[in-house]
Design a protein around this ligand. Structure first.
Ligand SMILES: [Zn+2]
Length: 357
């Protein structure tokens, strides 16, 4: 099966949330790790028993024209130039716009924005990760940290950013509250290496939202699963309710959402400023159709965006795109106006939300 035979193959994608590809080719063990959200190498030997990985290897082998085995796919990859290999897989996704989180992976390890756009044969814009900005200011006073965040947000549009992103879910959870400034100052006085103390994480997010109100950029919010850094119940997007209500003019885009896809769908059903995606869930869940069904149980199709959340390794871009198109084809098979709904989900919702021209 080639990507060009998939449903809606003539509709280009806007991948509104993804990350750059690493320059260095992985060992087989590292490749397994790149298909897992686990950072524990002892977990990676279980990856060959993950249904989504097993199916992915067969899809990749078919696309690359090699024998359907892990060793054959990895050997093909090692024998290829990393940039040419990335281009082959990314080009096959049919992506016209790529919005890349600037906080991960490290710039010195990965291909740049222009190279990533070139791999797709499309265009790319960066997304400003708030915690990255704040972490550049952990050595100063609380006022200096707050002003660096506000200044970055106020200048984001002018600096070419398409949106903002927060990983508060990873750091202290989505139950964001206005903190006491004394508690935030005390947390900063401990000179932390990263932004993780709840008063600081909450203050940075609320300051950014305040600075963003004049001409708001969409805020991408990590929600649901990810690596073991997060406490899953605190990554439930329904915890964001007070924040969503306090900034009605700010578009919020809930990312990933698994296993809270239905909670995110409800938020997108009741709040005009809430949108969602099922990135990361697709490609990693072995039930991509179920993820789309849950998202659209309540959320209007005008609120669902395509994204891969692919990171570090190019196979994930390809598998996310194939699986999303295939699942969308199944979901809309008997739906009148399916082509219009698919075109909205795959590209137009994001083009309108981010003002891509
Ligand atoms: Zn991401």
């Amino acid at each position: 099966v080639s990507a060009s035979s998939l449903p809606f193959a003539d509709v280009p994608l806007v991948d509104h949330h993804a990350h750059a590809v690493l320059r260095r080719a992985p060992t087989l063990d590292e490749l397994r790790g790149l298909f897992s959200e686990s950072q524990h190498p002892a977990q990676w030997r279980h990856v060959p028993f993950q249904l989504s990985y097993r199916r992915g290897l067969r899809e990749l082998a078919d696309m690359l024209g090699v024998e359907p085995s892990e060793q054959a796919v990895h050997a093909y990859r090692l024998a290829s130039d990393p940039a040419a290999y990335a281009e082959r897989l990314l080009r096959a996704t049919g992506t016209e716009w790529l919005l890349l989180d600037d906080g991960f992976p490290l710039a010195e390890e990965s291909f740049g924005l222009a190279q990533m756009a070139g791999f797709c044969g499309g265009r790319a814009l960066p997304v400003l990760r708030l915690e990255r900005v704040a972490e550049g200011a952990l050595g100063g006073s609380l006022d200096e940290l707050r002003e660096s965040v506000r200044a970055a947000v106020r200048g984001a549009r002018g600096a070419g950013y398409a949106g903002l992103k927060t990983v508060a879910a990873y750091r202290s959870g989505l139950d964001v509250q206005p903190p006491s400034l004394e508690a935030a100052a005390a947390a900063l006085a401990e000179r932390p290496a990263r932004l993780a103390a709840k008063p600081l994480v909450d203050l940075v997010l609320l300051d950014a939202l305040e600075a963003n109100t004049a001409e708001p950029l969409p805020l991408q919010v990590h929600a649901g699963f990810g690596d073991a850094d997060l406490l899953l119940p605190k990554a439930d997007p329904s915890l964001l309710k007070p924040v969503l209500e306090r900034y009605p003019g700010t578009p919020f885009v809930l990312l990933h959402c698994y296993p809270f896809v239905r909670e995110a769908g409800w938020l997108a059903h009741v709040y005009p400023n809430v949108h969602l995606d099922v990135s990361l869930t697709i490609p990693h869940s072995a039930r991509p159709l179920a993820a789309l069904e849950e998202a659209l149980e309540l959320a209007p199709a005008s609120k669902l965006l395509y994204a891969s959340d692919a990171a570090r390794t190019p196979e994930l871009y390809y598998l996310a795109a194939c699986r999303f198109r295939r699942a969308l084809g199944q979901l809309l098979a008997r739906e009148p106006g399916a082509d219009e709904l698919a075109e909205r989900i795959l590209r137009r919702n994001a083009i309108e939300l981010y003002g891509l021209t």
